[in-house]
Design a binder for this molecule. Structure first.
Ligand code: NDP
Length: 514
């Protein structure tokens, strides 16, 4: 851990990785429970973790067994009574300290997040800043909470009393590892719950560093435990554990369904499921024709929504619909902008894994076979599992002439989760809304128009938990975050997170002789 902690620049990290490589003793992560790092038994299953930009193996991830999960959940359960009664001011102080330590080591986290996930260093810095905000926001939120009270016609005073719900399973995906894990851990601990967290096996490095922060900050033993491992063994054992009172999960819809199934007989379990998306971006003609500045902003926003973090953000707008009258003009200008600003290896990172590379490549191969037009981008080469030193690079790809039905239409329906965007024309407002809502998902939508009436008229009809009008990815941490349809169940953020991590009871105090 010391060597890792000292490697806070790309050069130092690279030197460390080369040293590890030549010593043939790979960096092996350790589970964090009872405030202690412990090496997994060598006989335990380990998974190799690869650097997306080079394809080299950078770490070994231990897979926690069902017995490891049981022990960590029991520790979290034992820590719950004291932590749930710890005064808010003290919980707030400790979480503020966590936020400060991450901030002091911002570059360390950004460097390893970039190496581990494939994202650019610049993008990683933005996400570390958001992780810092997650802790600072919830550390102060709990100091300013209010609850409701009501009178029952002079008979009784009622008030809402909140208690921490218990032990939580916090499970996060690989696309924004630190940011999404802290988006769960911060409110969970702030509201007085304890937790066992499991990051994605593909991107576990920042969670390992985060565990060291919890130790430095002086969090009491077992309030937060971090186990590494895969979904099949570690994740499943964790969500189904009877002593776990709630699951906050971010990941794919299929996994969300598996978690629902696994917990169907545990009615007491709070489930917050943030799942996949296939988000539309609607471009109305006026956004291009009002002024050159509006035109430039429209193209920039649509491109950013499509290609930030190589399209590996659940909120990316991967289906662009453009009003027919400006369709050709938009396609040409958008493609020119993307080619100039989204350059692989500079402003666009590598996709997260070889498996994910092959999945995205498969969609692009379909696009080619079905005669779709590649305005920019192409089908990337096949990479064999044994090939190292190449990295998982996919050029930003803009596709037109995508069929609305039949073979090939899956590119409009399924979540590709990579640097691939489709552009389709629409005739009028009704058709635009119809196209946008023609999806099993309902996570986010982007609306680009200068017509004030349309902003609300269309914005309020979109099946999306988050609608951005003339902007994208703007977040205020108190607003409800979550999706409609198959994009999820529940909302998180501010008091919505409180609903996830606490239980409410209504206390009735008689105000008259009863
Ligand atoms: P997965 O659903 O494959 O995995 C998410 C997490 O769940 C991982 O830690 C995974 O472990 C774990 N897991 C897998 N199977 C189980 C199981 N049966 N029980 C418990 N845990 C399990 O998603 P990805 O990691 O591939 O992430 C990409 C997905 O996440 C996309 O669909 C994307 O849209 C979605 N996402 C949604 C967001 C939102 O806010 N709505 C935000 C970001 C991403 P392991 O990987 O180790 O197997």
């Amino acid at each position: 851990m010391e060597a890792l902690w000292a490697a806070n620049s790309l050069d130092k990290a690279d030197a460390l990785l080369q040293q590890i490589d030549s010593a043939s003793s790979p960096l092996t992560l350790q589970h964090f429970s009872q405030n202690t790092f412990s090496a997994a038994d060598e006989s335990a299953k380990h998974i190799d973790s690869f650097e997306p930009k080079t394809g080299r193996c950078i770490a070994r991830i231990p897979c926690a067994s069902a017995a490891d999960v049981d022990a960590a959940v029991k520790s979290a359960k034992a820590a719950f009574p004291a932590w749930s009664k710890t005064p808010r001011a003290e919980r707030s102080r400790l979480l503020r300290r966590v936020s400060d330590i991450i901030a002091e080591n911002r570059e360390l986290f950004a460097v390893w997040e970039s190496i581990d996930q494939g994202k650019t260093l610049e993008r990683a810095r933005i996400e570390v800043d958001r992780a810092i905000s997650n802790f600072s926001y919830f550390s102060t939120f709990i100091l300013h909470e209010s609850t409701s009270s009501r009178m029952v016609d002079g008979v009784a005073l009622t008030y809402e009393h909140r208690s921490p719900a218990g032990v939580f399973a916090l499970i996060s995906p690989w696309n924004m590892p630190l940011y999404l894990l802290t988006w769960k851990i911060a409110p969970c601990l702030a509201f007085g719950c304890t937790a066992v967290a499991k990051p994605s096996e593909v991107t576990s490095m920042s969670a390992f560093l985060l565990a060291a922060v919890f130790r430095q900050a002086g969090l009491p033993d077992s309030v937060i435990n971090i186990l590494f491992g895969d979904g099949a063994v570690t994740g499943s054992a964790l969500v189904a554990h009877p002593a776990v009172h709630g699951v906050s999960f971010t990941g794919g819809t299929a996994t969300g369904i598996a978690i629902r199934r696994a917990t169907v007989h545990q009615i007491y379990k709070h489930l917050s499921l943030e799942l996949g998306g296939k988000n539309p971006t609607l471009v109305f003609a006026d956004a291009l024709t009002t002024s050159p500045a509006s035109r430039a902003k429209t193209i920039r926003t649509a491109a950013m929504a499509a290609f930030e973090n190589q399209g590996e953000i659940c909120l990316c707008g991967s289906r662009i619909y453009v009003e027919q009258s400006v369709y050709d003009e938009f396609v040409a200008a958008f493609t020119e902008y993307v080619t100039a600003h989204y350059r692989t290896g500079e402003t666009v990172g590598a996709v997260v894994s070889l498996q994910h590379y092959a999945k995205i490549r498969g969609y692009l191969e379909t696009a080619q076979h079905r005669g779709m037009t590649f305005q920019t981008g192409s089908v990337p080469p096949v990479i064999d599992a044994g090939e190292t030193g190449k990295g998982y690079w996919i050029e930003p790809t803009v596709l037109t002439d995508v069929p609305a039905t039949g073979p090939g239409s899956e590119l409009l329906r399924e979540e590709i989760f990579g640097p691939v965007v489709t552009i389709v024309p629409f005739a009028d407002e009704d058709e635009a809304v119809g196209f946008a809502n023609d999806s099993e998902y309902g996570l986010a939508a982007v609306l680009l128009t200068n017509d004030g009436g349309r902003m609300r008229r269309v914005g309020e009809q979109l099946d999306a938990g988050l609608v951005w009008v003339n902007c994208w990815l703007v977040r205020e941490l108190g607003t409800p975050f979550g999706g409609m349809k198959n994009s999820g169940t529940g909302r998180e953020g501010g008091e919505y997170s409180r609903d996830v991590f606490t239980v409410a009871r209504t206390v009735h105090l008689a105000t008259v002789e009863w």
